[in-house]
Design a binder for this molecule. Structure first.
Ligand code: ADP
Ligand code: MG
Ligand code: ZN
Length: 323
């Protein structure tokens, strides 16, 4: 017995029944797949253009036939996205699926942040993979409108900026200004969570609006949450909070700006979030460190991955609240 491959609840083999409902509409799906990443790659190559998903990492679609997950097959609606581990130039690269699974699950289980449903699975050859159920489809498989913030804010690539426009053409304040009041509160909590879990990749393409049942465009469930510090040496935060703290300018002075909890609360104030709510958010995350560290221990990370993940949480908690 290990922990649930969905929610990480203790003493479960494979997926617990709550996760079977959420991920697979109650079917008993094994976390051991019968195909390999190569099978997906080969089929993606054989398919017409357009059968690809945006984003930087390789990833593919997977369908389900009753209790069997299948490599992409045009006859079966592909309700899932699967990501293999990162390429071997990255440190702890085999841990990347467990890292994303842990970070997504911690956001949801400890902080009640709405996240894409996900699980950790194994290819036939034993390699780990991250599986997520598509939130841009309803139960019948019909497409729901989704728009990432590159599109919402009309961000355009500069010449030779190598994709950096996703990070530096707008700020989190610009994103927050496009959200309704309830989503603005959710957004502040997501940003604090990302900071504490070392996510340096929450750029404009990793934030989206999703069409609700009533046709409103609301902040989508979170996706692509992970502690990027396990694999690469990047900045503590993907984008600037405010216009007046341009990182580029600070780089000229050879020092980067270190955000504190007060900065996140300031963003909340600018978005007109009530003080009482902001104080609650501060209190909640300040008190959460031990629970976060314990949650890391429940994950499918290697021992080295767990140690590094916890170091990052300890350090970022200290930076945010005590320095
Ligand atoms: N569960 C999901 N449901 C629907 N769309 C998703 C889901 N997860 C990711 N996506 C979409 O796929 C894109 C790529 O996925 P992401 O996890 O961000 O991969 P990458 O690590 O390559 O950036 C995202 O920008 C988002 O638009
Ligand atoms: Mg992404
Ligand atoms: Zn579970």
């Amino acid at each position: 017995m290990t922990n649930c491959n969905g929610c990480l609840k203790e003493n479960i083999d494979g997926f617990c029944s709550a996760c079977e409902s959420k991920l697979f509409d109650r079917s008993k799906v094994s976390c051991q797949l019968e195909f390999n990443w190569n099978d997906i790659q080969d089929r993606i190559m054989g398919l017409p253009a357009g059968f690809s998903i945006s984003g930087v990492q390789p990833k593919g679609f997977v369908g389900r036939d009753k209790n069997n997950l299948l490599a992409p097959n045009r006859d079966i609606e592909s309700m899932y996205i699967i990501k293999p581990f990162l390429d071997s130039r990255r440190t702890l690269h085999i841990d990347s699926p467990a890292n994303e699974h842990l970070t997504m699950t911690m956001a949801n289980q400890l902080f009640n942040i709405s996240t894409a449903k996900c699980g950790l699975v194994k290819f036939a050859n034993g390699e780990p993979a991250y599986l997520t159920r598509r939130f841009d489809r309803d139960k019948e498989g019909n497409a729901l409108g989704q728009e990432d913030f590159v599109s919402v804010l009309n961000a355009t690539p500069g010449t030779n900026d190598h994709g950096l426009y996703k990070y530096n053409s707008f700020t989190y304040e610009d994103v927050g200004n496009r959200l309704n009041p309830a989503d603005q509160i959710r957004f502040i909590r997501i940003l604090v969570f990302n900071f504490l879990t070392g996510n340096g990749d929450a750029h404009l393409k990793n934030l989206s609006l999703l069409e609700s049942a009533d046709g409103d465009m609301l902040l989508s469930p979170s996706y692509d949450l992970m502690n990027t510090k396990l694999h690469i040496n990047d900045s503590k935060i993907a984008m600037n909070l405010f216009k007046e703290m341009e990182r580029t300018k600070l780089n000229l002075l050879t020092k980067t700006y270190n955000y504190k909890i007060g900065d996140f609360l300031e963003l909340g104030k600018r978005l007109n979030v009530r003080d009482r709510i902001l104080l609650q958010i501060e209190k909640e995350f300040r008190a959460a460190k031990e629970d976060m560290l314990l949650f890391v221990n429940k994950s499918f990370l290697s021992d080295a991955g767990k140690i590094k993940y916890k170091e990052v949480v300890e350090l970022h908690h200290e930076l945010l609240f005590n320095s």
